[in-house]
Design a protein around this ligand. Structure first.
Ligand code: AMP
Ligand code: MG
Length: 493
């Protein structure tokens, strides 16, 4: 089939032990559910070519486009702390890579495309609900300005998948800077394959960190660079209340994108211990644990790279430890800078961190909605008469009022005008996030009733998160009422 994609597949040129070559397994009746037209254009692809019967057949895996070199990538990973030496793409197949309109190389992958040599007991398939969930969450993150993989399309397969119940099957076309993970390095380290590790380091530097191209200590510099990108990413997650839910090392992208939207969710009422994932019994990946666990994952990456860092183990450990410390430093300063902005501070003062913590503490005690508190704070920054609208979000409004006294004093030392300050705050405090109850409603309508209306409306509302929503989208700002609250989210694998 003539391809809408101008493929140029660098990963397929790596040695055979990096992957298994195989084509997707065809499905009974491909049907297009959603095409991401803006993303298609960014990739230099005509959206009309995708949004057609031929496009559906191609993105369901029934017809291979010219130039595709389909493969399932090998990787390992620590899952909830337990090392699994072989995971790999058990239900995803990389079709190939394209250079987008800005010259950036992007992977085109079909998720849910059938069994592979890495499937273990799984069926290689995905269900419609989780596919649409990944579509919504990725687009929401992208609109928020957070690095993420994105959905190019979702198709249904016309085949059932069997989970706890029988569900409609679907395939997601996922676009990523690459699908190399921390676990990809662990795969080769576990086999003592130093040659493959060195090859992977060189590949990742060329593709994602070209500024390190001349490095005389590539593995060490790559480690520090990955740590820095992860630190920025996790700071962004925390600043918007995002909980990934399953930060295993196989779900941590080496390019610093948010990847693998399973049980992820945004927090409504602020509580640092929030966990949604039904499989995260110990709260390992709770909201406030995310920076610590990202650091833990980076230590696993460091371990995998030790042999390339120094032939003397002790020296290698010392140097790798120093490199990973970049994470903590970058994370702290990045998060502080973001939180400062969220409360309208452009200048840095030494007590700012304490002021931020005092607000978070009040929000926690008062079960205040994370997103709405900051958004309304932007209004109150412009017009103190609107403070009541912030205070009413707290179970005990005094919690907010007491904090606001110190905040007002601190604001007097800022040089921005009221209007500037409020506008800057709005640019970092979203009005609309993909609230769990809205996501669930949209998925339920699609899966139970074949009604894609709520999915499309939510997707549209999520596209402009920092604007004041018009009347049509205003309801998406609202937190759930008690009976709408979602208590658990599921991987759906
Ligand atoms: P995840 O929890 O989606 O990050 O997946 C963890 C591992 O399980 C990866 O190796 C996946 O490829 C594999 N996996 C997840 N779901 C399936 C499935 N339905 N069939 C085969 N493999 C799967
Ligand atoms: Mg995964």
């Amino acid at each position: 089939m003539i391809s809408p994609f101008a493929f140029d597949n660098s990963y397929a040129r790596l040695p055979d032990r990096f992957f298994a070559r195989l084509a997707p397994t065809p499905v009974a009746a491909p049907a297009m559910v959603a095409v991401n037209r803006d993303l298609a254009r960014d990739l230099g692809v005509d959206p009309e070519l995708l949004d057609s019967a031929d496009g559906a057949a191609m993105l369901a895996g029934n017809v291979l486009p010219d130039g595709a070199e389909p493969l399932a990538m090998a990787y390992a990973g620590h899952q909830f702390g337990q090392f699994v030496p072989q995971l790999g793409d058990g239900r995803a197949i990389l079709l190939g890579e394209v250079n987008d309109r800005s010259g950036q190389r992007r992977d085109i992958q079909l998720k849910g495309a059938g069994r592979t040599p890495f499937s273990r007991g799984g069926d290689g398939r995905a269900a419609l609900g989780p596919v649409l969930r990944e579509y919504l969450m990725g687009e929401a993150m992208h609109a928020l300005g957070i690095p993420t993989t994105r959905a190019l399309a979702a198709v249904t397969t016309g085949e059932p998948v069997h989970r706890e119940t029988t569900l409609p099957g679907a395939v997601l076309t996922r676009v990523a800077l690459s699908h190399v993970r921390v676990g990809t390095f662990q795969f080769f380290a576990a086999r003592g394959d130093t040659e493959a590790l060195a090859r992977l380091v060189a590949y990742v530097i060329e593709r994602h960190y070209p500024e390190l191209g001349q490095s005389d200590q590539p593995a060490l510099d790559l480690l520090a660079a990955v740590a820095e990108r992860q630190a920025r990413l996790i700071a962004m997650w925390l600043s918007v209340g995002f909980i990934h839910g399953v930060m295993n090392t196989d779900n941590m992208s080496i390019a610093g994108e948010t990847i693998d939207y399973g049980p992820c969710a945004f927090m409504d009422a602020y509580d640092p211990a929030t966990v949604f994932s039904s499989i995260d019994h110990a709260g390992r990946y709770a909201f406030a644990n995310q920076p610590r666990l990202a650091g833990w994952n980076l230590a696993r990456l460091a371990e995998a790279l030790l042999g390339l860092i120094d032939s003397d183990v002790e020296r290698a450990v010392t140097r790798a430890t120093e490199a990973v410390e970049v994470f903590g430093r970058t994370f702290e300063s990045e998060l502080l800078q973001r939180m400062r902005r969220k409360i309208g501070l452009e200048m840095a003062e030494k007590d700012d961190l304490a002021l931020v913590h005092a607000l978070l503490d009040a929000m926690h005690k008062g079960a205040a909605d994370y997103t709405l508190t900051f958004r309304r704070l932007a209004d109150a920054a412009l017009d103190p008469a609107l403070e009541d609208r912030v205070a009413e979000l707290f179970a005990t409004p005094e919690l907010y009022r007491n904090w606001a006294v110190g905040w007002r004093v601190r604001l007097t030392r800022e040089s921005t005008t009221l209007a500037e300050r409020s506008a800057l705050m709005r640019r970092v405090n979203p009005a609309i996030i993909p609230r769990n109850h809205r996501v669930e409603q949209a998925l339920e309508a699609a899966v139970e009733r074949g009604d894609l209306g709520p999915f499309r409306e939510l997707l549209e509302a999520l596209a402009q998160p920092y604007d004041d929503p018009g009347a049509r989208c205003a309801a998406y700002m609202e937190p759930p009422c008690p009976e709408e609250r979602v208590l658990a989210t599921f991987c759906g694998t």
